[in-house]
Design a protein around this ligand. Structure first.
Ligand SMILES: N[C@@H](CCC(=O)N[C@@H](CS)C(=O)NCC(=O)O)C(=O)O
Length: 225
C-alpha cells in the first residue's frame, strides 16, 4: 500500500491525494510537516508531498509522483493514449506550475510573517502571471475538460494550482486571474463539485488550524529573541 506523507493544507499534497482517490487506490496518510528529519529521509528537499510504496521506495515532487502513480497503476488512465495529446497535458501542467503556482508562492513568506510585500515583487509576479494567462488561453480547451474530452492529470493539477492563484491573486494583487481565461471559472467550479474534491477540501479545512499553529511556532522560533 502507498503511504502519502504530508499535510492536508498543502495544495501539492492534495493533488496527489486526489489522483490516488480518483484511481481508487488503497493508501494511508502520514501527517508530517515540512522541515522534519523524518521527512528529509524520504523527500530530498524536505518538502511535502512524498510517497512511500510497500516495497520501501520513496519519491517526492508532486508531478513526478503523479506520473509514477499513473505508470504503476495505468487503469483509469489520467493521460490520453496519443503521445502528442499526452505531451500537451504535461505542457499545461508545467506552465501552470511555472507561471501560476511558483510566482504566487513568492508571496507566502511575507503573508505568513505579516510583512509588506515589496511593490517590485508584486510587479514581477504580475508579469509572470500574465505570461501564464496568455499560454493557458492558447492551450486550454474546457470542452468540457481542460485538455479536451478526456478528464486528465492536468484537470487535477491545475485545479489545485488555481486554489493558490485565486487566493493570492485576490488578496495581494486584487486580480481575478481566472477571469482572464474564458472557460476557466465554470471548469474550476465543476471540479470543485466532484465528490473527491469535496472530500479533499473537508480534510484541508480540518487540518488548517493545526497547520496555522505550526507556521506561527516556526516564525516564533526563527524570530530574534
Ligand atoms: N515542487 C514541489 C513543491 C512542494 C512544496 O513546495 N511543498 C510545500 C508545502 S505546500 C512545502 O513543503 N514547503 C516547505 C518548504 O518550502 O520548506 C512539488 O511539486 O511537490
Amino acid at each position: 500500500m502507498i503511504t502519502l506523507h504530508g499535510f492536508a493544507s498543502s495544495n501539492y499534497y492534495n493533488l496527489v491525494k486526489h489522483v490516488l482517490l480518483y484511481k481508487n487506490l488503497p493508501f494511508r496518510e502520514n501527517l508530517i510537516y515540512s522541515g522534519s528529519e523524518e521527512l528529509l529521509a524520504i523527500s530530498p528537499v524536505g518538502k511535502v508531498p512524498a510517497i512511500t510504496t510497500a516495497e520501501g521506495f520513496s519519491l517526492s515532487e508532486s508531478s513526478v509522483i503523479c506520473d509514477f502513480i499513473e505508470e504503476t497503476y495505468p487503469t483509469t488512465s489520467l493521460y490520453p493514449e496519443n503521445t502528442s495529446e499526452r505531451a500537451v497535458v504535461r505542457q499545461i501542467m508545467k506552465i501552470a506550475e511555472l507561471y501560476f503556482e511558483l510566482p504566487c508562492r513568492r508571496f507566502i513568506p511575507y503573508v505568513f510573517s505579516g510583512t509588506d510585500i515589496p511593490k517590485s515583487l508584486k510587479t514581477e509576479v504580475r508579469q509572470v502571471l500574465a505570461r501564464g494567462i496568455t499560454a493557458l488561453n492558447r492551450l486550454c480547451q474546457f470542452s468540457p475538460w481542460i485538455a479536451g474530452e478526456q478528464f486528465t492529470m492536468a484537470d487535477i493539477y491545475v485545479y489545485y494550482v488555481n486554489t493558490i492563484v485565486n487566493t493570492f491573486g485576490a488578496s495581494q494583487l486584487e486580480w481575478d486571474v481566472q477571469a482572464e481565461i474564458p472557460g476557466m471559472k465554470p471548469w474550476h467550479d465543476s471540479i470543485s463539485q466532484l465528490d473527491i474534491t469535496q472530500q479533499v477540501e473537508t480534510d484541508r479545512q480540518a487540518n488548517m488550524p493545526e497547520f496555522i499553529e505550526k507556521v506561527k511556532a516556526q516564525i516564533e522560533a526563527a524570530s530574534p529573541k
